[in-house]
Every structure is written in C-alpha cells, then in structure tokens.
Write a protein of this length. Sequence first.
Length: 96
Amino acid sequence: MLTSKQKKYLRAASHNIQPIFQVGKAGVNENMTTQINEALEKRELIKVSILQNCFEDNHTVANEIVEATDAHIVQVIGNTIILYKESEENKEIDLP
C-alpha cells in the first residue's frame, strides 16, 4: 500500500507522462491487462485513459486493472488512471 507522501511523489512524477493505454466500450480484457503488466514492468509508472464510450465507472475500471496486475492506484482523475508497480528488473523510481 502506498502512503500519501509516496502518492504525492508519484503524481508529480507522472505529470509529463502521456497515457499509453485506452479503455473503450469493450472494457478491460485479459490481453489488455497482460500488456499493462508488461508496461508496468518496463516503466513502473503509467497512465491509462478511459474513453467516453466506456460504460463502466472509472473506479471500477481501475480496480479491475489493479486486481489483474497487482499494481497500485496512484490517482483516478477525470478519465485518467495513474498506476504504479515496482519493477523487479528495471527499478528506476525510489519512493520516499
């Protein structure tokens, strides 16, 4: 679980990151979670964009991704989810 200080640090670090995944009307599927997990291993911190045609609630989508990838939700703001997962091989971010 991330502390509020760690979340604040990660929010600041994610400011310049562009979303690399989009969740549409099909919702979250197994292929998408596999790709998100691989991206988290490479980058540790990613953004996921939720499109307007997605019928699920943003927090529901975030929780589905977290359950499938064991990542941490840094923030759900608008239609963007910020996710963090500590990398086993490509550790770059040192949390306070």
